[in-house]
Design a protein around this ligand. Structure first.
Ligand SMILES: Cc1cc2nc3c(=O)[nH]c(=O)nc-3n(C[C@H](O)[C@H](O)[C@H](O)COP(=O)(O)O)c2cc1C
Length: 434
């Protein structure tokens, strides 16, 4: 039987790079060139896409202070990913480029214009990671006293996406005529106002950018709560998720596919990618030793708890590391809490920090060959559609990138599990190829 092919994405913030790793340069400049190199490596390895993370504040959740975040250089500082998406678009030919752009930080008109421009610059390879920015501190940076409750954030986002889609449609595919005989660049009868009057937004339109190569950029989303999943299933071309083991991955995928069907969509047109951070070594013993060495230190545990705090607005700094965690709820990222909490499992906070801090939906530790086998088996069990690879704790560095692109990916390619060449020109087509 032919192997089930799956998609590969790479997830990264435009943040600090490898500064605390003895095998990496400690002073990487902030000019984005490291990430352009990264994108070129990913393109050589035939990844579907690079996805640029973003958040809009320096968290003070862990211990009520920015200290842990700035000391670890984690989740902060970071640059705005949108200009980086343009740089990567200009430096690559096939790789999809997804930027996180928050419904909190742009008016829909500004976002539609920016996303359309990025789709032009990348010749149809741009994707928008739709987020509602689930952190109180981000809401305060934009002049709000509080983050709206999740339900309302997604209600706002539904209307937001509706307006953005209308703006993308405001230029008909044949609006640009470039007719020398009549000296006409664009036919004004094929460019329409949208006259949008919603509950949250108003916009006259039309967009003042030409219709973009994909008509609209690919939409990505990562809903974790039931409401967030419904939003993702309604709008996204590709859904990314942090799930708990192969069973959790399968349950998540089945759920968003069912929700997509309920929303009148064909679930096969939506690809679900699961966050993983494989730990690769030349031998199994070395991979296991590295896993043990890197993810059990007090420093790692603190950074993992601080990361969790920034995603969920829950401060775990006062809890006993060797006890179980009491039940909790969040208005922040539900998916991160679900993955972390594992209520009733009997695991201590230290164990939970280790498991969630490695940022992997499933523990993958081994040689390129053994991890490639495992990834193939997991996809068989889950049913599809691929993985989104991240550096553990979002600590980006060249070494890890090389292990994945030069070690793991060729092993996957030898098994026929991932692509060895690009066959389409736009990101949406690339995602729909298989
Ligand atoms: C792989 C992945 C990537 C995400 N990227 C971002 C991001 O860059 N910025 C952000 O604010 N939220 C990001 N999120 C959070 C989601 O948008 C969402 O809030 C989260 O999965 C929880 O779902 P919920 O909103 O339904 O609670 C990401 C989540 C996942 C799983």
């Amino acid at each position: 039987m032919a192997a089930r092919r799956f998609h590969l994405g790479w997830f990264t913030p435009f943040g600090t790079v490898g500064w605390d790793d003895p095998l990496c340069r400690t002073e990487e400049p902030w000019d984005g060139q490291f990430y352009v190199d990264m994108a070129k490596s990913l393109e050589r390895a035939c990844f579907d896409l690079i996805m640029l993370e973003d958040s809009l504040s320096i968290s003070e959740v862990h211990g009520g202070s920015m200290e842990a975040y700035l000391r670890h250089g984690m989740m902060a500082p970071k640059n705005d990913p949108a200009p980086l998406a343009a740089l990567i678009g200009a430096a690559t030919k096939h790789l999809g480029i997804v930027s996180t752009l928050s419904t909190l930080s742009y008016h829909p008109f500004a976002l539609a214009r920016l996303a359309s421009t990025l789709d032009h610059i990348s010749h149809g390879r741009f994707g928008w990671n739709i987020v509602t920015s689930p952190a109180e501190a981000s809401a305060r940076n934009f002049g709000f006293d509080h983050l709206p409750p999740r339900q309302e954030r997604y209600d706002i986002a539904d209307e937001y996406v509706d307006l953005v889609k209308q703006l993308f449609e405001s230029w008909a595919p044949d609006a640009v005529v470039r007719d020398h005989a009549t000296h006409t660049y664009a036919d004004h009868t094929r460019v329409k106002k949208v006259n949008f009057h919603g509950k949250y937004f108003r916009c006259e339109g039309p967009l003042n950018t030409v219709r973009c190569p994909q008509g609209r950029p690919a939409f990505l989303q990562a809903g974790g709560s039931p409401r967030g999943r419904r939003f993702a299933a309604t709008h996204a071309d590709c859904i990314v998720a942090f799930a708990d083991g192969p069973a959790g991955m399968k349950a998540y995928r089945d759920d968003v596919r069912a929700k997509a069907e309920a929303a009148g969509r064909d679930p096969d047109t939506i690809k679900v990618l699961f966050l993983i951070a494989p730990i690769i070594g030349p031998t199994m013993a070395e991979a296991l030793a590295r896993d043990e060495r890197e993810f059990t230190s007090d420093q790692f545990t603190e950074a993992a708890l601080a990361l969790f705090g920034s995603l969920t607005d829950i401060d775990l700094s006062g809890y006993d590391l060797d006890s179980e965690l009491p039940y909790m709820t969040t208005n922040g990222e539900q998916g991160a809490l679900d993955k972390f909490g594992q209520w009733g499992s009997g695991k201590t906070l230290r164990q939970l920090a280790r498991e969630s801090g490695t940022s992997s939906s499933v523990r993958l530790v081994g040689t390129p060959e053994s991890v490639a086998d495992e990834m193939g088996a997991i996809m068989e069990e889950v049913g599809g559609d691929g993985f989104l690879i991240i550096t553990p704790l979002m600590r980006i560095n060249r070494r890890y990138l090389g292990e994945i692109t030069e070690g793991l990916v060729p092993a996957l390619q030898r098994r026929g599990l991932v692509r060895t060449e690009y066959a389409s020109s736009t990101l949406r087509e690339t995602l729909l190829e298989f």
